[in-house]
Design a protein around this ligand. Structure first.
Ligand SMILES: Nc1ncnc2c1ncn2[C@@H]1O[C@H](COP(=O)(O)OP(=O)(O)OP(=O)(O)O)[C@@H](O)[C@H]1O
Length: 257
């Protein structure tokens, strides 16, 4: 299997706070890889390091053979075309209408004519159940709609690999199922590599080829959904069963004094 993302021995602190204390894993080409873990364990920070938005203190990250920490000029541009990060918040440009947000990269970076770019934007918006929103402004959309526009924008860039930061938080169950189906379609029909940070256990089991559980600075388990369901690891068990008592609570209580 071809390696898409390789993370080796990643360490990241913010001041005294240790967020990653030696995180290693590999994501394979065409895989749907879900990262789960309690709030504040560093899932977003992990994605942002892979996307070269935050620098790690130590470790190595490679994306399709590119050394992410050493990228410069053309290679950086190639990296940005290979991998796209979908922000949790959507991070849209408020002064542009929806279609221009989606088509921004095509028009501004690739010089695609506005008419063609708009058609492409409409196609990707339709995949996300957003037909007819082209001329609205982000402020006129619900939070869930903004999230979906951000996904359409990522698809419009046609990257090999998409990092989704909690794409289904704040979405209703039907919209969650639609987004899950889209991730599966991206994988099966378009051979994309998808890395998804999620809190939603049902959604994770539905889409993942493999799931990694991040806790207390480390990956405590990686496995297929079946392996994760059968895991005897107390952290994994507490997390996927949503139990109030267990090792996760004990660590949180210790940290909070
Ligand atoms: N730029 C930053 N400066 C300082 N601390 C930060 C910064 N970004 C994140 N942190 C801290 O790093 C830790 C991990 O944050 P992160 O957002 O990655 O958690 P998460 O697992 O994605 O949480 P959630 O599931 O709640 O979204 C948190 O304690 C957070 O406060």
């Amino acid at each position: 299997m071809k390696e898409a993302i390789v993370v080796r021995n990643l360490r990241k602190n913010f001041g005294e706070k240790v967020v990653h204390d030696g995180v290693s894993f590999t994501v394979y080409d065409g895989e749907a890889f879900v990262i789960m873990g309690p709030s504040g364990t560093g899932k977003s920070v992990l994605l942002k390091q892979i996307a070269k938005l935050i620098e790690p203190d130590e470790g190595e990250i490679s994306v399709y053979g590119m050394d992410v920490l050493k990228l410069k000029n053309e290679e950086l541009e190639k990296f940005r075309e290979t991998l796209t990060y979908v922000f949790q918040s959507g991070a849209l440009f408020d002064s542009y209408p929806v279609w221009y947000n989606v088509a921004f990269y095509l028009i501004e970076k690739k010089g695609v004519k506005k008419k063609i770019a708009r058609e492409k934007a409409s196609y990707y918006l339709s995949l996300l159940g957003l037909s007819g929103t082209e001329d609205l402004y982000p402020s006129e959309l619900s939070g869930g709609m903004r999230k979906r526009v951000a996904v359409a924008r990522a698809l419009c860039m046609n990257p090999k690999c998409i990092l989704f930061d909690e794409p289904t938080s704040g979405l209703d169950p039907v919209m969650t199922a639609i987004l899950d189906r889209l991730v599966l379609r991206l994988k099966r029909e378009f051979s994309k590599t998808c890395v998804v940070v999620s809190h939603d256990v049902t959604s994770a089991f539905r889409i993942a080829d493999r799931i990694a559980i991040l806790f207390n600075g480390k990956i405590v388990e990686i496995g297929t959904p079946d392996e994760i369901k059968r895991s005897e690891n107390p952290v994994v068990k507490q997390f996927i069963n949503g139990e109030p008592e267990g090792p996760i609570t004990a660590v949180l209580e210790r940290k909070n004094g």
